[in-house]
Design a protein around this ligand. Sequence first.
Ligand code: A3P
Length: 301
Amino acid sequence: MPNTIFQDCEETQICNGSILIEGMRFPAHLYAPKTIHSALAYNARADDIFIVTMPRSGTTWMQTIVYALLNNGQGFDENLDDFIARNPFLEMHGSNVVEAMPRPGAIKTHLVFEHIPYHPNAKYICVVRNPKDVCVSFFRFIISLSPEAAKNSSFDCLFEQFLAGQTGHADYFDYLFSCWEHRDDPNVLFVLYEDMKANIRSSIIRVAQFLNIDLNKKLLERTVLVTQFDYLKQNRFNERIIDSEPSTTIEFVRKGIVGDWRTVLSDEQSRRLDAHFYEKTRDIPGLNTLWHGYNVFNSCT
Ligand code: A3P
């Protein structure tokens, strides 16, 4: 096969810079096959809280919210080492780190729901975001990784990969469908990034109820304060968190708005993504109207 290098590693294939495991593709410069396998084999515990997302959907924001709620309103910056220790990244850090994490804490994962270690009493917070903003945010993230990545990446190319479900990790719709399928499970909380933007207080209340946290007004307001975009930016979240992940330029906190896709997608790309979304979701009532009210799918509403 031209331009393709296959390299067997136990049950793992590495192809064009991606580690292929269980239908997911992990960027080989960020992940190690052994660690991914250990993550998949992790024995979930009853007191686990998982934050489940496709990258660029609001993972970091949800991590800071859960951390503040579990720690009496503490911001990530008040004890950075503690924040990092209580927020392990399952497939990047592996099962040993998760087993040894201080609790309570929350486990970040970009595994697709059916591959996430399961325990009936563990809690799973799924955050989903509209595909247009995810696609654009993903592109910004990739070009922030290195000057070389910036030079060699084009949005048009990334857009085609996104439509084909071939960007890193998994197809956007694998995340969306699998989280949607579990949205009514008692141990699953299904959250929209756009709803968090529209009403952060009611989103925090939902998270607190789900985690059985006694939320008074003071804790609510403190959580709003230490997790809002400006707070994270002003306290240099991106720069201070990088020690825990193998890149020096990741923009976890970048622009933080709904509709940034308008500045990047052409009209044609927007229409194609509209059509793709409706094609994929048209037989799934509720899912096909999930972003109604957020002015995302212009041409099909
Ligand atoms: P943008 O790139 O559109 O700005 P993840 O943490 O899953 O990688 O998601 C990153 C996205 O969430 C980025 O989107 C980032 O700016 C946004 N984000 C992070 N913290 C946020 C906050 N407190 N409020 C709103 N958006 C936030």
